[in-house]
Ligand binder design. Structure first.
Ligand SMILES: *Cc1c(COP(=O)(O)O)cnc(C)c1O
Length: 485
């Protein structure tokens, strides 16, 4: 054994203690750490491949010197960009232990790992109001969950048309129409991966001033397909304004038109945990496939999401990986390696299992309720400021707003940069209703009303310090015109 490796093996408990100290120091400093760094670069980000190692202690020290300062406070309470979430104590512990145990949850043949995943999936199904007909699997994120759901959808369209797409290929299927009101960008990516094609995504009109699909317009689009089976992606929580399609009304259209209903509930699915918001997810169980991200609002570390479907048989047709050494899938209970793009896979369920066991549905419901209350507080506070204009009500956990005065892309970018530079908060830009906007997305278990007040102050200060809007270019007035050659 390499001498450094042997040395680390001999000191393993001490080295793990040192690693723990690193983690504890980082987490203790989260409140002072800048929420994000714009354009941070390592002082020398081009170190050569170490020909000779230095052992873990020296490697950790080097990481601390060269990289740690550039890490964002994304695990902390005022990082409100994208929809991020942090890691609960149990989620973090679960992730450490996942690495420690280093199990391969591909199949149930050698350990209890796959069974633990099954138990966790049952709990999650109940948490999101899904019934026994849905089976699931852990994947790396919502993009992967959407891709798996749409791969099953593609196989289903083939079934309706008498084509086994998983054998004959996507071209044997011909064009597939995918309809959605306000889809997440990952849907286009999934369609590209699956050979359906990004251009096959047709966006359907949404309700006036909303991001929820206009159901009669969806019916019209389906009617135009004249009975050809299609795919509908319903959205349970859009990223800009967290709007929800009427899932029951969308699902009811299946009585009239043949389509697969995939629901992207990446973070909106967590509305089911809040009594005041649970109605938004009504009908989720009617979906043929569902995507929920866990590294967002369950507050487990990246990379972790789940996909559910009612057609595990079609899922196995797409993803099975039969071989003499892996075996053939048991149709009644296929191993996970036959269900997702991965073959070998980490025990992703453990952080979710631990956090659900530690805090329960009640503890996780409290996070959702508190985050939604913080979003409502920030929305109310910004609404009361003359400098800002809300672009939508805070329906769940996101505040989407812009500047009241001259909301130009340059001024919004300057506002966002000033907030980031303050270190107090991090918000991400978007375009909503044709104009530039900012979003504050609450999904971290640590965030309190005190944090929300700090974010509000940071925004007000940044808006006050913005340079005055450029005056519109001088228009010549009558008379002046006449004097200009
Ligand atoms: C975040 C998100 C995704 C993509 O999730 P990743 O985990 O980043 O792959 C998809 N859909 C919606 C609605 C999301 O919010």
């Amino acid at each position: 054994m390499d001498a450094l490796l042997a040395g680390d093996l001999a000191r393993l408990p001490e080295l793990l203690g040192m690693t723990r100290e690193y983690a504890v120091r980082f987490l203790a400093g989260l409140d002072e750490r800048a929420a994000a760094h714009a354009g941070w670069r390592a002082a020398d980000g081009k170190a050569p491949l170490p020909a000779e190692g230095r052992g873990l202690a020296a490697a950790l020290a080097e990481f601390g010197e060269r990289w740690e300062a550039g890490l964002s406070g994304s695990a902390g309470p005022r990082y409100l960009g994208f929809v991020t979430g942090g890691a609960t104590p149990a989620g973090l512990a679960g992730d450490w232990l996942t690495g420690t145990y280093d199990q391969n949850a591909a199949s149930g043949g050698d350990s209890c790992a796959a069974e633990l995943e099954q138990e966790t999936l049952r709990w999650l199904r109940e948490l999101f109001g899904l019934g026994d007909a849905h089976s699931g699997a852990f994947v790396s994120g919502a993009t992967a969950a959407n891709t798996v759901g749409l791969a099953i959808a593609r196989e289903w369209v083939g079934e309706r048309l008498g084509v086994r797409v998983s054998r004959a290929g996507a071209d044997a299927l011909g064009p597939v129409t995918v309809l959605s009101g306000a889809p997440h960008s990952s849907i286009g990516k999934a369609l590209s991966i699956l050979g359906i094609g990004r251009d096959r995504l047709r966006t359907v009109a949404t309700l006036p001033g909303r991001e929820a699909v206009d159901v009669p317009a969806l019916a019209t689009a389906l009617a135009e397909l004249r009975g050809r089976p299609a795919v509908v992606v319903a959205n349970a929580g859009t990223v800009n304004t967290v709007d929800f399609d009427d899932l029951r009304a969308v699902a009811a259209l299946r009585d009239r038109f043949p389509f697969w209903l995939h629901v992207d509930a990446a973070f909106g699915g967590f509305a089911a945990l809040s009594p005041a918001h649970a109605h938004l997810t009504a009908g989720l169980d009617l979906a043929d496939s569902v995507c929920v991200d866990l590294h967002k609002w369950l507050n487990v570390p990246y990379d972790c999401a789940v996909q559910f479907t009612r057609r595990r048989d079609l899922q196995t047709a797409v993803f099975h990986n039969a071989s003499p050494y892996l075996g053939v899938p048991d149709p009644a209970d296929p191993d996970f390696l036959h269900l997702t793009p991965e073959n070998s896979r980490r025990l992703r369920a453990l952080p979710a299992w631990l956090t659900l066991t530690a805090y329960g549905a009640a503890g996780h419901g409290e996070i959702v309720v508190r985050n939604a209350a913080c979003a409502a507080s920030l929305a109310a506070a910004l609404d009361a400021e003359p400098a800002f204009r809300l672009l939508a009500p805070a329906r769940l956990n996101v505040v989407c707003f812009t500047l009241a005065d001259h909301p130009t892309p340059a001024r919004l970018a300057a506002l966002s940069a000033a907030v980031t530079a303050s270190g107090e908060a991090f918000l991400t830009p978007t375009v909503y209703g044709g104009g530039p906007a900012l979003r504050a997305a609450f999904s971290n278990w640590r965030t309190t009303e005190a944090d929300t007040a700090r974010v509000h102050r940071a925004l007000v200060t940044a808006a006050r310090d913005l340079p005055a809007p450029e005056q519109p270019r001088h228009q010549p007035y009558r008379g002046e015109e006449a004097r200009t050659p």
